[in-house]
Design a protein around this ligand. Sequence first.
Ligand code: PEP
Ligand code: MG
Length: 579
Amino acid sequence: MTFSLHGQAVSGGIAIGRAHLVSHAILEVAQYQLRERDVPAELLRFDQAVAAAGAELHALRAEACVPGAPAELSAFVDLHSMILADPALTDGVRELIRERRCNAEWAMVQQMQLVVDQFDEFEDAYLRERKQDIVQVVERVLRVLLGKTRKLAKRKTTTDDDLIVVANDLSPADTIQFKSLKIGGFVTDLGGSTSHTAIVARSLAIPAVVGMQHARPLIQDDDLLIVDGTRGVLIVDPDIGVLQEYRLRKSELELERSKLKRLVSGRSRTLDGETVELQANIELPQDAERAREVGADGVGLFRTEYLFMNRDELPDEDEQFEAYRSVARALGGKPVTIRSLDIGADKEARALRNRAGNQAATNPALGLRAIRFCLAEPQLFLVQLRAILRASHYGKIRLLIPMLAQAQEIVQTLALIDLAKIQLRESRHKFDDGMEVGGMIEIPAAALSLGPFLRRLDFLSIGTNDLIQYTLAIDRTDGTVAHLYDPLHPAVLKLIAQTIQSAQRVAMPVAVCGEMAGDPKLTKLLLGMGLRQFSMHPAQLLEVKQQVMMADAAQLSLRVARLLKFDEPEKISELLEKL
Ligand code: PEP
Ligand code: MG
């Protein structure tokens, strides 16, 4: 039966493909009592399901050996095969079927709970994490028991179809893994439009809709789905007419995207000759290649915290240095703005779990995150500072500090940078002594009290994602208040415009690196505020460039000055339309 669901459009485009469920609703199984004489058959049914799940893993093992398959695939297959073969899981299920005469699905979930609870007691974070793997193995067996085996050979999908992840929620750490897998799109029941999960979707340029609320319980594995990431719509089991219409729309979008490629070599200049720098936001070193392909003027934001995710050990100084140097080299002398670790709130790294502030805090976004955490952990911060400084010898590297609010934080950070330099001199490492240090303006207090930033730093970068969150008191990850997350709120616009103007008055470079910079509907507004440096995902850069090339900066400056005088949202939207 066809039906559609609506959520928040967070990453444009259209994906058509089969659902791949990654949440645990499958674990909500029915419980029923068996007759004594049915127990042997149930035991046999369970053993056959375990064998079938084992065969699935065996088949996956073969896929993992194909050249180019992600290394994680074979590690996960080995681990899951081991868990499946462990009698601690399966013997307990057999006993429950025999002794309590309960159905195999129910017994499996009960036994899983028992094992998983024991894992919670472990001191070692790595072992605690393995809980997830046990749950996934149990899900695999349950799928067989419930008759939901993925019959890949019989799937109705054509090779053009995408794999669409359907989840209750995804963390930024989950989503970043999609970079090495071939995921066509995703939908989640929770989440807000500038959560880092959404940001990673945009950086992958895959269609995504979040905050769907009921998608997960209503969708089954392998359902045919259309994700319209531009309108925020998910269509389940579409009829042939709708499917054809969307296939057509998808190819039109692809055509439009390929036409934009003509702009790669064009100069990013307004009609009246103002040069506008368009830089790239990246999460991993390999993203630098995409930045180059679209002709970015450099990297305006390298979110280094992604180097710290999905691993149990922290990256050491050499590993970080190699990562930063590889980006510097890939950009061939163009500026690379490396942001120091912005961990905390929705960005979690399990290797830091026992130290990074209070994960159970009521308001982690207001807690010991980003620079606050780095200053509380100076040894860890120094490792990163030394790695960034060492890389500065190989390109034009700039250091960007997130979440600054207090003058004292700037002073302490600069002192630690000096200390890192002393240590590098002692160890005879080369670095750029004049490496520029900038601050993110993403807390209203910083925007309203720019003096120390202008006096002590070399450049500013406005993080509109957090600036909106903190100005409007809207959790950027919370879908229930997402309708109130408004980049065009007059208070937000005033803070951005004032920051740009104050920086320009003292000739300090200022950029916007939040999501507003990559939204082509806002390009003229920001140009009119005087902005000349934008940093965004590579996938958005050419569309923004197109807007720049059609803009008259002088005229926009007058119109935007008028727009900023209004504080009625309707009037602001009306004037924005006219830009
Ligand atoms: C921002 O807050 O706007 C920003 C660019 O940083 P992040 O999204 O990583 O918090
Ligand atoms: Mg931020």
